[in-house]
Design a protein. Structure first.
Ligand code: CMC
Length: 380
């Protein structure tokens, strides 16, 4: 009997989870019971506490969590040296993926997959991700790495380690919102890769290295950088419409930042980021990127409605203009996504290691059978 093929595992449930729920028809995203719109005033650390421990922290719990994290930001010297030795034009996602893998060599127990050890590694990766991204950014600009400030939050420290200057409260708040919105999203490609890799009971670093590699792709986290590349190439609000029409006229054309495997309506994260982008545009007095994004969304919505298709803006669409207005270079957009998603990946690894089942689906063979071996000299 022919098996049923679920290409891309679309619609397949491979396990159960208590972390996150997505209702693609209603456009709902829920972290452990809380609709995402409830969490936009929370700090990233509060949301990580929620994802990892199941509850929002009390003030004392939050301060204990921050104290636990503060000493973990510092990177091993060997990893900083490795980043320093990379060619300056290395894509920051290649740098991040390589550095995460290398961290295992400096860990006293990289391989233990008991809950205590995995959570110890998770806490260090949570704060080392921003440190790695910021350190490589400084090194490639021939600037010395900045020692993290134990008094700052993850969002604040990330901005501080990038610029070397005390971050403004407003920029830290925007970064917190971006980190919260990108923290977790169920069984997306990179999280599935993390869980699947861990399911052989290999180590946390291997699972997270694989996840970073998956996130990098333009159909996943790489889309935010692709959105900005498109906006830069388009250059003006007036030129947006023709760009969208030309892209859609190509049967393989994709307007980046639109479409989703699960959402059939607007991604709720895109709606929140649209508001952030609008506010930043007003505050900065430069609304170019926001206006272009708005026009692209208008034309896409109109064209998709004509075709009767449910392809709406996703999280990567408005994050591009937000990061641009915060001053990030476009090849840092996907690393910022990784700085947020490490929390979701780790939440899933805690579940996976706690109750593991090896991921081992089947693939339907369509090749030949029954061929006989012919020695090489007789093959002609
Ligand atoms: N622009 C134009 N057409 C699109 C788009 C788009 N952005 N997205 C989907 N389609 C069309 C696609 O061409 C196909 O058409 P047809 O049926 O005529 O061949 C149809 O919609 C279904 O597309 P699919 O790729 O088979 O569907 P999927 O569920 O695998 O798509 C997706 C999900 C995210 C890969 C896709 O929408 C896409 O490529 N979007 C652009 C990249 C992007 O923004 N990725 C970020 C995803 S959300 C957050 C994250 O993971 O980082």
């Amino acid at each position: 009997m022919e098996p049923t093929i679920h290409r891309g595992l679309a619609g397949v449930y491979f396990d159960t989870s208590h972390i996150c729920h997505i209702d693609g028809e209603r456009g709902e995203l829920i972290y452990r019971g809380y609709d995402i719109s409830e969490l936009t005033d929370a700090s990233y650390e509060e949301v990580v506490h929620l994802l990892w421990r199941g509850e929002l922290p009390t003030r004392d719990e939050l301060s204990a969590f921050r104290q636990e994290l503060a000493p973990l930001f510092a990177l091993p010297d060997g990893v900083i040296e490795a980043l320093r030795n990379l060619p300056k034009d290395t894509d920051p996602m290649h740098a991040l993926r390589s550095a995460v893998s290398l961290l295992a060599a400096y860990d006293e127990d990289p391989d233990g997959v008991d809950d205590t050890n995995v959570r110890r590694i998770g806490a260090s990766l949570l704060v080392r991700f921003p440190a790695l991204v910021a350190t490589f950014e400084r090194l490639r600009r021939d600037l010395p790495p900045v020692t993290p400030d134990p008094e700052l939050t993850i969002a604040g420290n990330f901005l501080y380690m990038l610029s070397g200057e005390a971050p403004s409260e407003a920029a830290t708040r925007v970064m917190d919102v971006a980190l919260v919105l990108h923290a977790e999203h169920g069984s997306n490609a990179s999280t599935f890769v993390a869980r699947s890799t861990a399911s052989s009971l290999t180590d946390t670093y291997s699972a997270i290295t694989a996840a970073v590699g998956s996130l990098k792709g333009p159909l996943h986290g790489g889309a935010n950088a692709a959105v900005m590349k498109a906006l830069e190439a388009i250059g003006s609000v007036e030129a947006v419409e023709q760009y969208v029409l030309d892209t859609l006229a190509d049967p393989k054309g994709r307007v980046m930042g639109f479409g989703h495997r699960v959402y059939r309506v607007l991604d709720p994260r895109a709606a929140i980021l649209r508001g952030v982008s609008e506010r930043l545009a007003e505050e900065s007095g430069d609304s170019t990127w926001f206006e272009m994004s708005l026009e692209m969304e208008r034309v896409m919505d109109r064209e998709m409605e004509k075709k009767g298709r449910q392809i709406k803006a996703n999280v990567d669409f408005f994050s591009a203009s937000v990061y641009r207005m915060l001053g990030f270079p476009s090849d840092q957009y996907t690393p910022i996504f990784a700085v947020a998603r490490i929390s979701g990946w780790m939440a899933h690894l805690y579940e996976q290691y706690a109750d593991n089942s090896l991921t081992r689906p089947r693939i339907h063979y369509l090749g030949e059978t029954g061929k006989r071996f012919v020695p090489i000299d007789e093959r002609g």
